[in-house]
Design a protein around this ligand. Structure first.
Ligand SMILES: [Zn+2]
Length: 216
């Protein structure tokens, strides 16, 4: 496949041999964050698809800055050598299967970090923004999920999935704007290893750090 000039490339992927292209800026948002090609510490590159596959073993690491209410992210993949990336690639399938087994073979698991509420509008339940990280699998808008908290299982529908840097809860206005401006909200996805926020509209939701949101 010919590489378009405007797509910046990092050469061939050391794992699969395909072109390691950097995602274009300013295009339609199809993925909340990545998968983007990355350069390894020894100068070799891996393509976006391989980044996506290995991400479950090397999730984005983050710290929350309380004062600025922002997250500081660090990507462990560029720290790998070619040898380590190839090794990870040979281990990723059993790694993922073990993880799925640990969580009862759910299709996707999200780990809660924090939550915040906004008014949901006249006679409507509040909008709840849940910040956290996808452990494995993918979350999409309109997904039916189960919130596991304090021994309770609460069913909910995901109204919005997005990445975040600032921990600002979504209100009804920004939810409407997001839905209007996101070309294809169904393609915006919270994917394994990445931080994301899930927005739901339910009464009496109280989740704590470490609680899980799962998809069957
Ligand atoms: Zn590749």
């Amino acid at each position: 496949m010919a590489v378009k000039e405007k797509e910046a490339g990092l050469g061939s992927c050391v794992i699969c041999g395909r072109a390691a292209l950097l995602a274009r800026e300013g295009g339609v948002l199809t993925m909340i964050e990545g998968p983007n090609a990355c350069r390894l510490k020894d100068g070799a590159s891996i393509c976006g698809s391989c980044v996506r596959r290995l991400r479950v073993m090397y999730p984005v690491q983050y710290n929350f800055d309380e004062a600025k209410r922002t997250v500081v992210k660090k990507d462990p993949l560029p720290e790998l050598s070619t040898e380590e990336a190839l090794q990870a690639n040979s281990e990723v399938v059993p790694f993922r299967e073990n993880l799925r087994e640990q969580y009862g073979f759910r299709n996707a698991v999200f780990v809660v970090d924090a939550m915040a509420e906004c008014k949901g509008g006249f006679l409507q339940p509040p909008l709840v923004t849940i910040f956290g990280q996808v452990l494995y699998g993918s979350f999409y808008m309109q997904d039916e999920v189960t919130i596991l908290s304090n021994g309770n299982e609460i069913k909910a529908t995901v109204l919005m999935v997005d990445s975040y840097e600032l921990r600002i809860p979504v209100d009804t206005t920004s939810l409407k704007e997001w839905t209007r401006h996101t070309a294809d909200p169904g393609r915006v996805v919270g994917e394994n290893g990445y931080l994301c926020k899930l927005v739901i509209q339910e009464k009496g939701i109280a989740v704590n750090k470490g609680d899980l949101i799962v998809k069957d």
